[in-house]
Design a protein. Structure first.
Length: 428
């Protein structure tokens, strides 16, 4: 094995070690949400989020946090290696540009991006194979937003001369999506539930139709690749980058990790002009920066706090919480506050009615959304008893049993689909 190949796999091993220490004292929100959703898809009666794509959800449920990340990193390493070799790239230089130190916490935060990128790069490497459509579908079913990259890697010229290849690709792409729609109908009660929930939460709730990208968020996860890409941008990578930025800006909240997809066109552009010898230097620099400077910024722990809250909760009662996913992941029964804008004061009456109907609330201080949940004056005003535990408090003295608490109205998704069609298509 060549020296560059050893460093290549060592780089991925360093990323796995980073993930282990990143998660060891936390209850990671997104992996928990994926895992719970996967358990629901496999028949468990638990909290779930339909907007979560099926493949990472099922893998988290089956493999657990560390098993999932180990599997995905091996798949990612293979996909990067195959993709770069078939294109004449340096695997080491490409991966150090593709996964720079600043991006490590955001790749680790969910793991779904790495999985989707793995299938996408394999599909791009074998885009003229009859099974490429299936690989593109797996990329889409790992992270829905990655559908934006599929047109950039399709063999359009081959399609004009080989209609059979087009048919094979369409069939390979559509088949797993139809299977997923049937599964959604069985579990969620609507064949498009996951897509509807994803679009509703991430885009429909956006109060403005067009927002500018947050370049500060882009640079938080893509430096130095973003700057190194500038000399190598061409029409192909620039178009891909613009699409990625538009999609990130369209989200209800422009989280930093929503800009992670931009690393694909940026790393392709940077690789165009850089010498492969930079790969070793970048690998060493990224690992040093990741462990000595990036990790300390994300080294806060939450597991002990959340475990204390679960211990204080009655195991037979359901609680409303501003950190409902980690609590449920640890075995508690928690549901989110009323849906809507993060700090919408108009939701206070509904929140109060929820507690008065029998739900209790476990509220963590310093979360910030919804802000009204943390306001102790609200509970005093409505004579709601509060037990204070320091960094969190429990409000209310009722008890709603957890039976059927996770069930959702099957009309919810049809109603949300109608709302989105009315705004975006019919313009009603």
């Amino acid at each position: 094995m060549r020296r560059e190949d050893i460093i290549f796999w060592g780089y991925l091993l360093a990323l796995f070690i980073f993930a282990v220490i990143f998660w060891h004292n936390k209850v990671p929100w997104d992996p928990c949400a994926y895992r719970l959703t996967g358990m629901r898809l496999l028949g468990a009666d638990t909290y779930y989020e339909p907007l979560r794509a099926p493949i990472p959800s099922l893998l988290y449920a089956i493999l657990g946090f560390y098993g999932y990340f180990a599997f995905v990193l091996v798949l990612f390493g293979v996909s990067v290696y195959v993709f770069t070799r078939r294109r004449g790239f340096s695997p080491l230089l490409f991966i150090t540009l593709f996964v720079p130190a600043l991006s490590w916490p955001y790749f680790v935060e969910t793991g779904a991006e790495l999985l989707s990128f793995s299938f996408l790069l394999l599909a791009a490497a074998y885009s003229e194979a009859v099974y490429a459509g299936l690989l593109f579908a797996l990329a889409f079913l790992s992270r829905y937003v990655f559908l934006i990259f599929v047109p950039f890697f399709l063999p359009w010229k081959r399609y004009f001369g080989d209609r059979r290849l087009l048919i094979f690709h369409l069939a390979g792409f559509i088949a797993p999506i139809l299977i997923w729609s049937a599964w959604q109908l069985f579990v969620y009660g609507h064949p498009l539930a996951s897509y509807v929930d994803f679009l509703f939460v991430n885009s429909y709730l956006n109060p403005t139709s067009l927002k500018l990208p947050r370049f500060d968020k882009l640079f938080e996860s893509t430096l130095p690749t973003a700057l190194l890409a500038l000399p190598g941008l061409d029409l192909f990578t620039a178009a891909m980058l613009v699409v990625a930025l538009i999609v990130a800006a369209a989200a209800f909240v422009q989280w930093t990790r929503f800009y992670i997809p931009a690393l694909l066109p940026l790393s392709l552009a940077a690789h165009r002009w850089m010498n492969r010898r930079f790969g070793i230097a970048l690998a060493v620099a990224n690992v040093v920066v990741a462990f000595l400077f990036v990790y300390p910024l994300f080294s806060w722990g939450s597991r002990t706090l959340y475990e204390a809250a679960v211990s204080a909760m009655d195991s037979n009662c359901v609680y409303v919480s501003n950190v409902w996913v980690p609590l449920t992941c640890l075995g508690g029964y928690a549901v989110p506050p009323p849906p809507g804008a993060e700090n919408n004061i108009e939701l206070v009456p509904e929140y109060v009615r929820t507690i008065r109907s029998g739900y209790r609330a476990v509220v963590f201080r310093g979360v910030g959304f919804p802000a009204y949940m943390e306001d102790l004056n609200l509970y005093r005003e409505y004579n709601i008893p509060v037990r204070d535990y320091g960094r969190f408090f429990i409000a209310g003295d009722g008890c709603v049993q957890p039976k059927n608490v996770w069930e959702r109205s099957r009309d919810l998704y049809s109603a949300r689909l109608d709302l989105m069609l009315s705004r975006w298509i019919w313009k009603r």
